[in-house]
Structures are given as structure tokens and as C-alpha cells.
Design a protein around this ligand. Structure first.
Ligand code: ZN
Length: 500
């Protein structure tokens, strides 16, 4: 079976064939009709929405020898040369690989050469955002004093990267993203023309995989067009592209939300063994999460197909915005990294683990921590005040205690030091509590408990009990911090609604 290059065959050759950009087609056709041609244009928009195609059609119309109502004839020598990229007067430059000063100088010199066989000399600069700022300066010089009949068409997906000095010299056109339904209509026409038998569900899959790019949708259709003799079903496409079925993706999403690491690894292992495309799976996972999220906010603002609608309607999963941002940011990073690494599965595993980590909203978390610190400080002060009152008011005890330490210090200087570090207070009428703050002091003092008790009884002249406790209010609270953090984390986790 002959290979059909659908992208080439169905690339629009005139304005009327361009999908979804009627506003721009009309404006350009009007300017051609009035011969009001600017020397610089900027076409911006998402990838695959027809910017470069529009630039080519515009170039053809400008240089066509037999224009038909502001459209190119597509049969004259100029039209054919431009279509085949052979025209000496229409140069397509890839901004990504010709982004330096030298390339721009060459361009500047080239601009000075006169047209050969056409009315206009046209430069289509693709991926214009990739041009370096020095190179832009050279280009700017050319744009400041453009030779007659030179037209620049800058094409970009990222207009904000183009210097304002360049932007201000361009007539700007913003291309609309192409809706799924427009892509589907377009593909339906092509499948009819090519006699491709394909189910509606299969077409829907191609559309959703194209992410708003007509070009991508054509490339996908091209891939399956060699299965011409059979009716193409969604299963064929899933198998060909390596798409993991929705039910597996759903189990993965549930496992991620429940932090079920065992299940996550089980699924990854399964899809790997079955030979599915790991990058595609990660993308599908991310896209499905997005659909769940948007659907839960407003089902009407998301473009989904009937079969997905059914799944989302019956879905018992709810995801908080924070969790959604957290998981999808991680999946996007994973996808980026997978392209640079020979084992995407390893990257997927690492990032999925990362996605199960407890996620804190930084601001709320810091507020909670502030509250906690305040609580600790308050309790600490309360404790000290309470203690100070009882202890220091009892001047007699304080005085006698000093004497005891001195007395003991002669025989046991180390223990005396530990006693100096300790705090003494009367907890009830006949109870004295000695509080020490570390294990070393505690061990020292406990060894001599009987002697200390005896001396105390003698000095205060009361039949008191002595209680030695090891306690450090500050340390205790510090020790409790991880527990509090855990509590805060649990509190946050409880905000993530899990599948019922
Ligand atoms: Zn022509």
C-alpha cells in the first residue's frame, strides 16, 4: 500500500482552506485587496494552529502572478516554487537554528539584494522567539529602514519573548487555538476523502491526542492510514499508539490520592510489562487528572467526548486544587525529564513516589507553625512564672538549699554542680520537687537522693518527701514539634477527599 503523506496532501493551499482563523484570513485578504502591505507581521499562537501555513499562503498570494480574488492561483510558477520551498524570493528561516548575529547579518545582506522573479521578497522566520537579543538588534536595523517590497513574517508560539522594539514594528495577529470539534470535523472530511473506515471513538482519541494541533492530528491519522483494509477502532489506535486504557489510569489516580505506593508500583510494572509507552501513559495520567479537576469545577467548560463524560459523571473522586497542582506539576516535570533519559520507567517511579509525599500549602503551613511557636513560648513563660513564684517566694527554702549544695559540694563537687542546675520547689505542704534538665544531672542527683533528702528534712525542719524529676519544658516542646507537624500534615491530608 502506498504511503500517503496526509500532512502534505491536506495542508491548506489558500485562505479559504485554513481552519478556524477566519478573522486573520479576512484581514490579510483585505490588505492584499487594498495593496496595504506592511513590512513586518507577527503571527503568534499555540503550536499546530496554522501560523506557518498562513504565512505561506500569504506569501503565495503576495507573489502570485494570477491572483484569484485575493487568493493564490496555486498553479503559476511562483505559487509552485513557494509550495515546494524552492522560491528564491520567499525564504523560510528557522529561528531555532539561525538565531545568531551572523545569520541575521547574512539575512540583512540578503535583504539588500533585489527580488528575482516576484513582486515581494518575503522572509518567514519560524520560531522567532529563539532569536538571540543581539540578532534581534541586527534584525531591528533592517526593520527600521526596510527596503521596498520586503516583507518579514515572524512566527512564534511565545510572543512575550519577542522584544518590544520588534513587536512595535509588526502588524500582529493572534491565532486562535483550534477546538476539538473543529479538528474532528476536519479529520472526518479527510477520512471520507481517503476512504478510511474509522469509528467515532477512534477519531475522538486521535483528536484528544493532538492537543489542539491540526498537524499532530494529521500525523496520527497518517500513522494509522496504512490499516486501510479494516475498520479502524479505538482498540487499534490504543494498541498502535500504546495508550493505557482509562480504567488503569483511574486506578492509578486513586492510588496516588490514597498514597497506596504498593498499588502504584504494581500498575507501573504492569504497563511496562505489557509494553505500553511510558511517556504517553504519564501524559494521559496528567490529562485525565486535569479533566477530573475542571469537570468538578464546571463540566461545561471542558471539551470532552461522550465516553469520557460518562466516566467523569460517575466518578467518585474529588481532588483539591492544591493536590491537583502538586501532582500535575510533578507529572509535567516527569514528562520533561523522560525525554532526556533512556529509562522513562525509572523517572516515572521516582516522580510518582514524589507525588505521594505529603503536600503542604506553604502559606497555611507557615501560619500554623507560627501559631505553634507562640503556643510553646506562652506555655514556657507560664511554667517559669508559676515556678518562680513558688520557688523564689520561699526564701527560707532557697537559703537552706544553697547551704545544702555548699555542704555537699565539699564531698561531691560534680553532684553539687548538678544540684545548682536543678530547680527546687514546694509542690504541696510536705512535698518538695527537684527538677533537673538532663540525664547527666539526673543520674548524679538520684545517686545521692537519700543524703539530699536527709539534709533537706534536717534544714527545713519538716517531715517532707522529696521527688526528683527529669523535665525540660523547652526540650519537651521541641520534641513535640514533629508530632505537631504531623498533626498539621494530617489535617491537610484530610482536606484531600478520597474516593468513597
Ligand atoms: Zn499563483
Amino acid at each position: 500500500m502506498a504511503y500517503i503523506n496526509l500532512t502534505k496532501k491536506f495542508r491548506p493551499k489558500k485562505f479559504s482552506e485554513i481552519i478556524n482563523q477566519d478573522h486573520i484570513c479576512q484581514a490579510l485578504m483585505n490588505s492584499i485587496a487594498k495593496e496595504h502591505i506592511s513590512y513586518a507581521y507577527l503571527f503568534s499562537g499555540n503550536r499546530g494552529c496554522g501560523k506557518t501555513t498562513m504565512a505561506r499562503v500569504f506569501a503565495k498570494t503576495l507573489n502570485c502572478k494570477n491572483r484569484i480574488i485575493n487568493e493564490p492561483c496555486n498553479i503559476c510558477e511562483n505559487c509552485i516554487d513557494i509550495e515546494k520551498s524552492h522560491s528564491l524570493d520567499v525564504l523560510e528561516i528557522d529561528g531555532a537554528s539561525n538565531n545568531g548575529v551572523d545569520e541575521m547579518r547574512n539575512l540583512k545582506n540578503n535583504v539588500m539584494l533585489s527580488n528575482i522573479n516576484s513582486k515581494y521578497k518575503i522572509y518567514i522566520i519560524d520560531e522567532a522567539q529563539q532569536i538571540t537579543s543581539y540578532a534581534f538588534n541586527v534584525l531591528l536595523k533592517t526593520l527600521e529602514e526596510p527596503p521596498k517590497c520586503v516583507v518579514f513574517i515572524l512566527v512564534t508560539t511565545e510572543q512575550y519573548k519577542i522584544p518590544i522594539t520588534i513587536l512595535s514594528r509588526c502588524q500582529r495577529y493572534r491565532f486562535k487555538s483550534i477546538s476539538n470539534s473543529s479538528i474532528k470535523d476536519f479529520l472526518e472530511k479527510i477520512t471520507k476523502k481517503e476512504h478510511l473506515e474509522i469509528t467515532d471513538e477512534a477519531l475522538n482519541i486521535i483528536v484528544s491526542l493532538s492537543n489542539g494541533s491540526i498537524r499532530d492530528s494529521l500525523i496520527l491519522l497518517e500513522q494509522i492510514s496504512n490499516m486501510k483494509d479494516i475498520k479502524i477502532t479505538s482498540e487499534h489506535i490504543k494498541e498502535l499508539i500504546g495508550i493505557v486504557p482509562n480504567n488503569i489510569i483511574l486506578v492509578m489516580i486513586k492510588s496516588l490520592l490514597q498514597k497506596d505506593i504498593k498499588m502504584i508500583f504494581k500498575i507501573v510494572n504492569k504497563i511496562y510489562k505489557l509494553g505500553y509507552n511510558i511517556i504517553q501513559f504519564t501524559k494521559d495520567l496528567r490529562d485525565f487528572l486535569r479533566k477530573i479537576m475542571i469537570y468538578s469545577i464546571n463540566p461545561r467548560i471542558i471539551e470532552i467526548f461522550p465516553e469520557e463524560q460518562e466516566i467523569l459523571k460517575n466518578l467518585k473522586i474529588k481532588i483539591s486544587i492544591n493536590t491537583y497542582i502538586h501532582i500535575n506539576t510533578i507529572l509535567s516535570k516527569a514528562i520533561n525529564n523522560m525525554y532526556q533519559y533512556d529509562k522513562p520507567i525509572v523517572i516515572l517511579e521516582i516522580y510518582l513516589l514524589k507525588a505521594t509525599e505529603t503536600y503542604y500549602n506553604a502559606k497555611e503551613f507557615i501560619n500554623k507553625l507560627d501559631e505553634l511557636i507562640e503556643k510553646i513560648q506562652t506555655s514556657d513563660n507560664e511554667y517559669n512564672n508559676q515556678f518562680a513564684q513558688k520557688h523564689f517566694d520561699d526564701t527560707k527554702l532557697k537559703h537552706e538549699w544553697k547551704m545544702i549544695i555548699n555542704e555537699l559540694g565539699n564531698k561531691h563537687p560534680l553532684i553539687a554542680m548538678s544540684l545548682k542546675n536543678a530547680l527546687i520547689k514546694i509542690t504541696s505542704d510536705n512535698f518538695i520537687q527537684l527538677t533537673v534538665f538532663n540525664q547527666f544531672d539526673y543520674d548524679n542527683i538520684v545517686d545521692l537522693k537519700e543524703e539530699i533528702h536527709y539534709l533537706l528534712k534536717k534544714k527545713v525542719n519538716l517531715n517532707i518527701e522529696l521527688n526528683i524529676i527529669k523535665s525540660d519544658i523547652t526540650n519537651n516542646y521541641l520534641k513535640e514539634i514533629p508530632k505537631h507537624i504531623e498533626e498539621i500534615a494530617t489535617d491537610f491530608n484530610s482536606k484531600i477527599e478520597l474516593p468513597k
